[in-house]
Design a protein around this ligand. Sequence first.
Ligand code: FAD
Length: 315
Amino acid sequence: MKVTEHLDRAKNPLFSYEIVPPPRGRSVQDIIDIVEALGPVDPAWIDVTAHSSSAYYNERDDGTIERKIYKKRPGTIGICGIIQNRFKIDTVVHLLCLGFSKEETEDALLELNFLGIHNVLALRGDGPNYKKELSRNRSMNYHASDLVEQIKDLNAGKFLEEVEGGSKFDFCVGVAGYPEKHFEAPNLKLDLINLKRKVDAGADYVVTQMFFDNKHYFDFVRLAREQGITIPIIPGIKVLKSASQMVSVPKNFYIDFPDELVERITNDPKNVAHIGKEWATNQVQGLLEGGVPCVHFYIMNDTATIVDIVKKYQK
Ligand code: FAD
């Protein structure tokens, strides 16, 4: 079932979860363990993130550049196929623009359609590691709005090349939203104008970047509505586990921590797992009271705390 169908049919707010493919060398059992651990909290759907290889670049003596891959994760599509077909839980595949030609994207969507997966989160992706030379006669999506457009074209039966016997696709498309603005956007207003481009291209729902102050989310929803964005906006939540995340989370995700949270962690750094859980529980409570359709957890493959938080809200 599509994410939008889940949202339309839900009588109570839903909970969804986002997992990261394990690094190369690990096995599918990691995924099975995570999904089984999420069983008690009845996932409405599970997102699986997408990652291109992480590489570093060395300049050789002759001036040419050597690219060495140091981290690779198994494919998002295969993992979604396993979750959806073994556990009968709907999945959302994260698809990236950067690093993929439109032709490769079309092939990926063909595969997803074959596997019975009809939800994708259309993303641009990040970083120099994603840069790849385009072969001749290949084209690329540069912004998530371009990718949404490509998927919606395929939903209308418009393939890059005429396919004999090709039938239309039927994908539900989510996009990312940033309550504290995307790091490249000069301000939130322009970022919201760009979010509206994704919606106008056909996006069906928005999932937000994590935030630790619900006010950011509610202000963002209000401004998005003023911008004419009417599709569901699902809040994304992360539970803090360690004091080092006070540095890594703002650095990696370009978000702020509220003063009170910083003060609590600074005063009691050994107790961050407890503080983080209490903080996230209060956030969930506030979001549900504010009428959100769903809470999306970035679980980063650590399920126990999240299961504990969600259990008490499950009806
Ligand atoms: P875009 O919507 O293309 O926006 C990128 C920037 O360009 C913004 O500043 C925007 O304002 C601007 N912009 C947008 N459209 C236009 C336009 N048409 N013209 C000019 N400017 C424009 N990354 C991964 O690598 N793998 C993942 O699995 C992944 N999952 C994510 C899930 C969520 C919920 C979120 C919030 C982020 C995720 N990311 C993931 C990170 C994401 O790839 C980065 O944040 C990336 O920098 C931007 O992606 P986007 O889809 O928001 O890009």
